[in-house]
Design a protein around this ligand. Structure first.
Ligand code: NAI
Ligand code: MG
Length: 362
């Protein structure tokens, strides 16, 4: 008898259920090839949660997640729920509480450009020839987005807006460990981003990261100021392997890195808690403009399932196999509409067809 893992499956809204179906097919294929079982429990979230159970994150969904080893999340939101009060809307009402409830402090966003898709990028061909593979690791529960004091004080023109950037040693240590351990499984380089010439949090950040690095002598550590990093990402992205950032810097740089690849429907993400629990989801949203047509690109959702195997279940070989199968299918010219460029050798396919091709490649 092989291992069994419990997965909470939260498809959500729009293209969520369509792309989730393909990711679940990939998990079926992994079960057949490796001695493992994924016990899946489906739960409502986002607009689906509101419509069926009265709120974006129903209690039953939280309980299903609590009794699981990982969450596989689709996407939430859409025009139907946009008139609700902000805190009750699908994204704010489900994603933020999930991060809080499960302490998802480490956000991992790979920005991968596959060699056969380099022409989709906004960068010059010679800058990205051969593709690149960057992993942005963003601290997700601390820093300026959460620290107190925070707010607007006073009256009229005397008002003052206040945000506080604050990081403790343990907060920096735990995210640094995530970065070094991820680098050990990839290109063995960590570039830590800060603004240590101006910010005290950055001075502490740099000192602690240097300390943690001593436990990972096989990983090369470098430091870069955030303004320079924003520039270097567009100048020569191939210099990066793992990029380690605090919350706000990571928010900005991960979007920049994602856009360099030119294809939102391709990029997965992981949000990790202490231990092995994590939530895995595509970087994009619910794409209401193409929902229900069966043409969405399921690759981000499939690669998210791969990240779940890699980071929550320690199934590195199976995760690598998924990544390779996706690359092979792209090399074979299979393209959903979002990445189709009408070039020789390309085959325009729908959501199900590209999912089937990835399973065949596995
Ligand atoms: P979006 O990412 O849903 O769509 C942006 C554009 O990218 C659209 O043209 C869409 O068709 C395309 N796209 C995205 N994913 C794709 C895929 N897998 N295959 C093919 N094309 C794809 O972002 P947008 O339009 O700003 O937001 C739509 C809804 O999604 C909103 O309600 C928003 O709140 C929600 N959203 C949810 C997120 C989440 O669940 N984590 C994240 C971002 C947005
Ligand atoms: Mg952002």
């Amino acid at each position: 008898m092989g291992k069994a893992y419990k997965v909470a499956v939260l498809p959500g809204d729009g293209i969520g259920p369509e792309v989730m179906a393909e990711a679940l097919k990939v998990l079926d294929a992994i079960e057949k090839r490796y001695d493992v079982t994924f016990e899946r429990t489906h739960a409502n979230v986002g607009g689906a949660g509101i419509d069926l159970e009265g709120r974006a994150l129903p209690e039953t969904t939280v309980n299903i997640c609590k009794s699981s080893d990982a969450i596989l999340f689709g996407s939430v939101g859409g025009p139907k729920w946009e008139t609700l009060p902000p805190d009750e809307q699908p994204e704010r009402g489900a994603l933020l509480p999930l991060r809080k409830i499960f302490g998802l402090y480490a956000n991992l966003r790979p920005a991968i450009i596959f060699p056969s898709l380099t022409s989709a990028s906004s960068l010059k061909e010679e800058v990205i020839s051969g593709g690149f593979d960057i992993l942005v690791i963003r601290e997700l529960t601390g820093g300026i987005y959460f620290s107190q004091p925070k707010g607007i004080e006073g009256e009229g023109r005397d008002r003052i807006g206040v945000d506080t950037m604050r990081y403790s040693v343990p907060e920096i240590e735990r995210i640094a460990h995530v970065a070094f351990q991820a680098a050990q499984k990839r290109g063995r380089k960590v570039c830590s981003i800060d603004k240590a010439n101006v910010l005290s949090t950055s001075v502490l950040w740099r000192e602690i990261v240097i300390g943690v690095a001593k436990q990972y002598p096989d990983v090369e550590l470098s430091h870069m100021y955030v303004d320079n990093a924003a520039m270097q990402l567009v100048r020569w992205p191939k210099q990066f392997d793992v990029i380690l950032c605090e919350n706000m810097f990571g928010d900005i740089l991960s979007d920049e890195a994602a856009m360099l690849t030119g294809s939102l429907g391709m990029l997965p993400s992981a949000s990790l808690a202490e231990g092995t629990f994590g939530m895995y989801e595509p970087s994009g949203g619910s794409a209401p403009d193409i929902a229900g047509q069966g043409i969405a690109n399921p690759i981000a959702q499939i690669l998210s399932a791969g990240m779940m195997l890699r980071y929550s279940f320690g199934m590195v070989e199976a995760a690598d196999a998924i990544d390779k199968a996706v690359a092979k299918v792209l090399d074979g010219g299979y393209r959903t509409r979002d990445i189709y460029q009408n070039k020789e050798g390309e085959k325009l396919v729908n959501t199900r067809e590209i999912g089937d091709a990835i399973i065949a490649a596995l």
